[in-house]
Write a protein that binds this ligand. Structure first.
Ligand code: ADP
Ligand code: ZN
Length: 435
């Protein structure tokens, strides 16, 4: 039976949800216009007044905000509440460019943790569960967000943070953890360490994992599910919109339900800013309609995905977003071809390799080079040079079929590629160093 954290909201009729969004949006635009000079200037430049935005149909009239605006306004320029009402900051992990700082009132934290509680409940979590949180704690939103959500649900919460993987497994066994929250790359590493320590999934009590903060493929999901003996759920969010919990997966696992009572999504053409119809791939844009301290309107996430209102078997009526295929700025253009690291990951795992790999792109004599180092399983090792060369050629062929360009594949020995305890770094684009 499907469990909900807030059944009324999660299964609300489209009509009622729209009414709620319209009211909240109008009030939010007024709040921002009155309190954030930076955004007021943008609205004035576009000739939009708060009274012009009465419903979600008027959303397109508002100016976009982008990461560049967050940098311009750093640190306090987008704050909409006096400091006396703010109780916390969090900051981006800085995967791309300079850090961004976001602010929270106590109310903002409550709503954020509530979103995470919805995600934990959708993954089957109740107050009977033992929830091990191995996202980083501190400035990164992963640890604090899931920690708060776990408390709300009433799980016994293990605030482990990331790192010290053998100790993670010790705690997992001793305390009987049933839910694991971390990045998918760290989950894969925990699974690998569990096996290295001589245990199998039967030696732990985990039943579900809530993994997010970085892109991961369906192949990676199956590999983690097998190594830990669990069902793995996706969760999405970004610091600019609070953190994880903007959207979460349900039992159907065909995309993540967006908490629409707090965030209104749009999909736009990243080049023109034009709003695209449901079902088309584009850049995801969010408008926070309940945040007090750091309420971003029409924030461009740079994440590429698709929205869908198809009826979901879990009973939730909240709109769903597909797994982000990557960020528009993660996409590599190699010899004129668009390449997402996730496409390479899909091929590697399908061909029986580990999800431990490193993509290096460079430019030599005015031509782009693509080198992929891929770790072998111990069983794939061979001391015959020819065997290895055949394997490399075969894998390069499979990747060429997927991408349309030929990589150079280097099979490397087990455990030679550094493991990630947080967000994995899988691409090094050396061309950027030459610019
Ligand atoms: P940074 O931009 O420094 O990585 P954040 O820690 O706020 O900052 O990360 C937010 C970003 O992480 C999102 O914009 C998205 O690109 C990525 N992300 C978060 N959750 C997921 C997920 N479930 N799947 C794919 N990407 C995700
Ligand atoms: Zn669902």
């Amino acid at each position: 039976m499907e469990r909900y954290w807030n059944q009324e909201i999660e299964t609300m009729s489209r009509e009622d949800m729209k009414k709620l969004q319209d009211e909240r949006l109008a009030a939010q635009v007024k709040h921002v216009y009155e309190n954030v000079e930076y955004y007021r200037n943008l609205m004035d430049e576009k000739g939009v007044k708060p009274e012009d935005v009465k419903s979600t149909e008027d959303l397109h009239k508002l100016p976009f905000l982008s990461k560049a605006d967050l940098r311009d306004a750093y640190p306090y320029g987008l704050l909409a509440k006096p400091l006396s009402e703010c109780v916390r900051i969090q900051s981006t992990s800085g995967t791309t460019g300079r850090r961004v700082v976001a602010f929270y009132t106590q109310h903002d934290i409550d709503l954020w943790e509530d979103c995470c509680a919805r995600a934990i409940t959708a993954a089957g979590g109740t107050n009977e569960d033992v929830c091990q949180v191995c996202y980083g704690y501190g400035l990164f939103t992963g640890g604090p967000g899931l920690n708060g959500g776990s408390h709300k649900v009433g799980c016994l919460t293990l605030p482990m943070s990331s790192g010290n993987t053998e100790r993670q497994i010790q705690f997992m066994r001793d305390l009987g953890s049933t839910i694991l929250c971390c990045t998918p790359s760290y989950a894969a590493y925990i699974g690998e360490t569990l096996h290295d320590m001589g245990y199998t999934p039967d030696d732990i009590k985990l039943k579900a994992g809530i993994f997010g903060a970085e892109p991961w493929t369906e192949e990676m999901r199956r590999s983690i599910e097998n190594s830990l003996g669990i069902k793995a759920y996706d969760i999405y969010g970004l610091t600019e919109t609070s953190g994880p919990g903007v959207s979460f997966e349900c039992s159907e696992q065909t995309g993540m339900h967006i908490n629409e009572d707090h965030f209104i999504p749009e999909i736009i053409n990243p080049d023109t800013g034009e709003v695209l119809p449901e079902g088309e791939v584009g850049e995801l844009v969010f408008t926070s309609i309940t945040k007090e301290a750091f309420p971003l309107l029409r924030y461009r996430t740079r994440d590429l995905c698709v929205l869908s209102r198809k009826k979901c078997s879990c009973g939730r009526t909240l709109i769903k977003m597909s797994k982000p295929m990557g960020r528009s700025d993660d996409m590599l253009i190699i010899r004129g071809v668009n390449v997402f690291p996730s496409q390479i990951e899909t091929v590697l795992i399908e061909q029986g390799y580990t999800p431990n790999y490193l993509i290096e792109v460079d430019r030599v004599n005015n031509s782009d080079t693509l080198d992929i180092s891929v770790e072998m399983n111990p069983e794939q090792l061979s001391d015959k040079v020819k065997d290895m060369q055949d394997k490399e050629r075969q894998l390069a062929g499979a990747i060429k079929t997927m991408l349309g360009i030929s990589p150079k594949v280097h099979l490397v020995s087990p455990k030679s590629i550094a493991r990630s305890e947080g967000k994995a770094v899988r691409v090094i684009d050396k061309r950027k160093l030459h610019d």
